[in-house]
Write a protein that binds this ligand. Structure first.
Ligand code: SF4
Length: 200
């Protein structure tokens, strides 16, 4: 970013936009640094598909002697999940530990009562590092199982109970849980009934 004739290397995607700044996302210097970062990411997560694709795209391959082919780490510690959770107003996850053991987790790696199970963290994760396990009648994320609300008409799993409670509380409402398909059917049937009434 160039501002008042001063150039600085920042993450353009999170840098606040201001009048008069000049943003470059590809210069010789940036490309060189980007390649070095991808090299480090490849050393950390050599088996992650997203990182492997980046390596191919930028033609980067770390020296084999530094690679651990058995490494299965997917998290690159970008912190987007922590920010997403913060934006949800929950702060259920954060960076814990230091140095090479630094990771994102809930306090003490235990189920957190602050977690809603909303999956926003998993949604923004670029490498798919946050796993969501579908179990019978519940979803497991961050060590915690979340019961599912079912459509009151067809019984299809709709949404995590906690999310529905959260939304109802925020909107001060208590809607009957009905899936989109059943809602459409109900509207179509009402429309059909009123149409027949007009024809009679
Ligand atoms: S699923 Fe839990 S940890 Fe992830 S964003 Fe939602 S509240 Fe936060």
């Amino acid at each position: 970013v160039k501002e008042n004739n001063r150039k600085r290397l920042v993450s353009a995607c999170v840098y606040p936009i201001k009048e008069g700044i000049e943003v470059s996302t590809s210069t010789e210097e940036i490309e060189k640094i980007r390649k070095n970062i991808i090299m480090l990411l490849l050393l950390r997560s050599p088996n992650n598909e997203y990182i492997k694709k980046l390596g191919e795209e930028y033609n980067v391959a770390p020296p084999e002697r530094y690679m651990d082919a058995s490494e299965v780490e997917d998290c690159i510690l970008c912190g987007l999940c922590v920010k997403a959770c913060e934006a949800m107003g929950r702060n259920a996850i954060s960076f814990v530990q230091r140095g090479i053991t630094k990771k994102v987790s809930t306090p003490y790696d235990e189920p957190s009562m602050d977690c809603l199970g909303c999956e926003a963290c998993a949604e923004v994760c670029p490498t798919g590092a946050i796993k969501i396990e579908d179990r019978k009648d519940e979803k497991l994320i961050w060590y915690r199982g979340f019961g599912m609300v079912k459509c009151s008409v067809c019984g299809k799993e709709l949404i995590q109970e906690n999310i529905l409670e959260f939304v109802n509380e925020k909107l001060n409402t208590e809607e009957e849980p009905i899936c989109d398909a059943c809602k459409r059917k109900a509207v179509a049937s009402k429309f059909k009934d009123s149409f027949q009434h007009i024809l009679k």
